[in-house]
Ligand binder design. Structure first.
Ligand SMILES: *Cc1c(COP(=O)(O)O)cnc(C)c1O
Length: 377
């Protein structure tokens, strides 16, 4: 696939050449666990589907192309992708991680990986000096999300990558933005990771994780770990994510257009105390958003007057479904304190209890605004 093609073109074609044996234009779902060999060790490149599967390989090539990386890897969930990346490291190794991350990432790092001797420092990534101060001679990884979930703070990927010491891998969880908004490898990051459950899949019908990177040695280690650990997606899920990705470009445009209008509506609403959205001039890092993000995306957070009012409000919407997750064509609303981020309660990264998070879908924006107007009464 031509490197010079743009994202919208790559989304539809990269990794997805018509099937050479039948001409099928859609990548077949190779629903098989094993592959026949003509003699021991003589095969057509596939031996066993934990190791490799043609449908999965197509998706892996696709994510590599979308992120501008040389290599891609697919996993059974975003969490298993993160877990596999963390297995690159050894007891005693130190990780610097943003203090406003996905609740599941916090739980995995502190409650599971920490038991195997890795050390974590939770740092405000909007403060470059604090990040520099957090590095130790044992630091091997900087883990960041931008925009953060759920407070919508931005991390300056290029600045953080440039200031990371030699020997520290910079990994970006790009789930909230998608490559249609920002491509971290192009900004100097070493590894980019996605929960493809969200914007890449885009239709709330499959759970998955994806990774892209350029460094051959790190790729080989991750590929070894992917096969050795075995947290791989089935071919049907790979197919669904590929089908979702075909419309990524137009979806993200509409998500962003709708979200900007909704953020403006919320900002003017008397019962909303604060709106966090990178497309608003009131966002404290609006300049960075303009520089780093092609579009502001579909995620909005807001602070209401109390925790009780927030819980009532999220139960009153009709179009915005009360549910965890994000990034699908349908709009979702949630109360992070009691839902997605419940695992961070009483921790240093706990979220405000009057916070409400919206994943703005691609329905008609006027219907969405009417729904919020009624629910905010
Ligand atoms: C959902 C999510 C994950 C975890 O992905 P799963 O597919 O649910 O395992 C990781 N990071 C972010 C930012 C997420 O939103």
């Amino acid at each position: 696939m031509e490197k010079s093609y743009r994202l919208e073109t790559l989304s539809i074609h990269a990794g997805q050449a018509p099937d050479p044996t039948t001409g099928a234009i859609m990548t077949p779902i190779y629903q098989t666990s094993t592959y026949v060999q003509s003699a021991p060790g003589e095969h057509q490149g596939y031996e066993y589907s934990r190791t490799d599967n043609p449908t999965r390989r197509a998706l892996q090539d696709l994510i590599a192309a979308l992120e501008g990386g040389r290599y891609g890897l697919a996993f059974s969930s975003g969490m298993s992708a993160i877990d596999t990346i963390l297995r690159l490291f050894n007891p005693g190794d130190h990780v610097v991680v943003g203090n406003d991350v996905y609740g599941g990432t916090y739980r995995l790092f502190e409650r599971i990986i920490a038991r195997y001797g890795l050390l974590f420092s939770w740092v405000d990534l909007t403060d470059l000096d604090a990040v520099r101060a957090a590095y130790t001679p044992q630091t091997r990884l900087l883990w960041l999300e931008t925009p953060t979930n759920p407070l919508m703070a931005l991390a300056d990927i290029a600045a953080l990558a440039a200031s990371a010491p030699e020997g520290v891998l910079v990994a970006v969880d790009n789930t909230f933005a998608s490559p249609a908004i920002q491509q971290p490898l192009m900004l100097g990051a070493d590894i980019v990771m996605h929960s493809s459950t969200k914007y890449l899949g885009g239709h709330s019908d499959a759970v998955g994780g994806l990774v892209a990177l350029n460094d051959e040695a790190v790729y080989k280690q991750l590929k070894f770990l992917q096969n050795a650990i075995g947290a791989v997606p089935g071919p049907m899920d790979c197919f669904l994510v590929m089908r979702g990705i075909k419309t990524l470009g137009v979806r993200i445009e509409r998500h962003s257009e709708n979200a900007l209008k909704i953020a403006q509506f919320l900002e003017d609403h008397p019962r909303v105390q604060q709106v966090m959205y990178p497309g608003l001039e009131s966002h404290p890092q609006y300049e960075l958003a303009r520089r780093q993000m092609k579009l502001p995306g579909g995620m909005i957070s807001m602070i209401l007057e109390s925790s009780e009012y927030a819980r009532e409000m999220v139960s009153r919407t009709k179009l915005f479904a009360l549910a965890e997750s994000l990034g699908g064509v349908e709009s979702l609303i949630e109360h992070p304190y009691s839902m997605t981020h419940a695992s961070t309660a009483n921790s240093p990264i706990a979220v405000p209890n009057a916070l409400v998070r919206l994943s703005v879908g691609i329905e008609h924006v006027d219907d969405l605004i009417d729904d919020l107007r009624v629910a905010l009464m």
